[in-house]
Design a protein around this ligand. Structure first.
Ligand code: PLP
Length: 463
């Protein structure tokens, strides 16, 4: 697939921001786009001349950045053909992020499993399992037990829901991919919050949709801008409950006012992680047409791989019909265990919430102490905070940080057009001592960067 110079320029956005020579910044940004899947494997890039014109830079700069990427294995070139996107080896980055077992991984925003709670849920699930042995075990919409449990979870939160409003998926990301598959056509426009969850952006780009970003700032959501963008969009994707990455929660007043003309997917993956505020009401209470997706990945454990879609039955039937192209159903034991967890109200555990509060506060204190120039808005829930540096160093800091024993997710991965070079996302899902050590290491990495260090680490995988 050929990618035009204008499309690449749009994806690159403000690529010039940051320290170091221009060709290096350009190759860093292109590499990030490749590793995030926004420039897909096999995509043919524009010629050096066309890209230089679109970027208002010299052909030498573009040529040098292409040569770097060829050397690193991210591009192949042959005479008279366009440079083509590839990955080095079998996705072997120059230096794997986890080369050192001592590296503290802040790229995954997910808590460890609550061991006893999970043991008990699986023990109960195994008792119920034989009831399923008489059938083939393939179920595209999920087991009756779990659909009923999810419906009850919504009902308890004030939103009338029947089991036939629920389709069980392998996590919220799977739910999103299934919905994108049935709701989007190439060139459709998708409204996203900016920043947003990176794998959602990749999902929409893979569906060949165009992204319509609407800023979410430290002041929150702008109702008018969302509504205006909704007029031009075919689909909207919002994370109103403890938004990833900022941790902010959309106020009830905004939910009540908001009218979006296109279909809206609301990702309520973080709903059960309210730390300082009451649990938010289901978004669909105020927007009954909203398609909700949820998951127990953050409230219990990502390894369960259980999520769901709440929508009207005709839409769920479309998803069910499309589903076999990617998978034939969700494992039964995990579904039964999740039904137990939901029925016993284990997705909102006071001890876990208290632990998250204290980890969040430790992370905040460590940032104040070791990185005093960094600005943070304290999140009221979820598992991440969004740190803002005084200078646009995010991608380069992420590339250097593993040399100092910490892996982080750079800000531009949470946006489009090269935005958020001043930001990084920091999860508070590790014990306070490890978070403090991680911040000290990050401060050392920032110092090294200021003294001219350059990193070679590929962006870490994130969740
Ligand atoms: C907002 C959001 N949606 C979806 C997901 C993916 O969730 P799951 O693990 O259930 O697929 C995540 C994981 O980080 C997330 O933060």
């Amino acid at each position: 697939m050929k990618v035009s110079s204008h499309a690449v320029a749009r994806m690159l956005g403000h690529w010039r921001e940051g320290p170091g020579p221009a060709h290096q910044r350009l190759s860093d940004r292109l590499r990030l786009l490749i590793l995030d899947g926004r420039l897909s494997l096999g995509a043919a890039l524009p010629s050096e001349r066309d890209l230089a014109t679109a970027l208002h830079t010299s052909r030498t700069t573009v040529g040098a950045s292409f040569r770097t990427l060829v050397g690193q294995g991210y591009l192949t070139t042959r005479s008279r053909t366009r440079a083509t996107v590839r990955l080095p080896g079998d996705f072997a980055p120059e230096q794997p992020v986890r080369a050192d077992a001592d590296t503290i991984d802040l790229s995954f925003a997910a808590p460890a499993a609550p061991v006893e709670v999970l043991h008990a849920a699986f023990a109960a699930a195994l008792e119920g399992l034989p009831r399923h042995f008489e059938r083939h075990g393939y179920d595209r919409s999920g087991t009756a037990e779990l659909r009923e449990a999810v419906a009850r979870w919504y009902q308890r939160r004030g939103l009338p829901t029947r089991p036939d409003h629920i389709l069980i998926t392998n996590g919220a990301q799977h739910a999103l991919a299934l919905l994108a598959g049935v709701l989007l056509s190439p060139r459709d426009r998708v409204l996203i919050e900016h920043p947003t969850y990176p794998h959602a952006i990749t999902t929409f780009i893979r569906a060949r949709a165009r992204i319509l970003p609407v800023a979410v700032t430290s002041c929150g959501w702008d109702t008018e801008q969302l509504q205006a963008a909704g007029q031009a969009a075919n689909l909207a994707y919002l994370i109103p409950d403890f938004h990833n990455p900022t941790g902010m929660c959309m106020p009830t007043s905004v939910r009540r006012r908001l009218r979006i003309a296109c279909p809206v997917i609301v990702d309520e993956t973080m709903t059960d992680l309210a730390l300082d505020v009451p649990s938010p009401e289901p978004f669909a209470l105020h927007m009954p047409t909203a398609i909700s997706i949820g998951s127990v990945s953050k409230s219990v454990w990502g390894g369960l791989r259980i999520g769901w879609i709440r929508a009207v039955p005709p839409l769920l039937e479309r998803v069910e019909r499309a589903r076999p192209a990617t998978d034939l159903g969700t494992p039964v034991v995990e579904q039964l265990a999740t039904a137990v967890l939901l029925n016993e109200h284990r997705t909102r555990r006071p001890d876990t919430l208290q632990q998250l509060r204290s980890q969040r506060d430790s992370l905040g204190q460590a940032l104040t102490e070791h990185l005093p120039g960094v600005d943070v808005v304290k999140p009221t829930g979820g598992v991440t905070l969004w740190a803002t540096f005084p200078r646009p160093i995010s991608s380069r800091l992420a590339a250097v940080a593993p040399d100092h024993g910490v892996a982080i997710a750079a800000g531009p991965r949470f946006g489009v057009g090269g935005a958020f070079e001043r930001n990084i996302r920091l999860p508070y899902t590790l014990p306070p001592g490890q978070l403090a050590t991680a911040v000290r290491r990050l401060a050392r990495a920032e110092q090294a960067l200021a003294h001219g260090a350059t990193g070679t680490h590929a962006p870490a995988p994130i969740a």
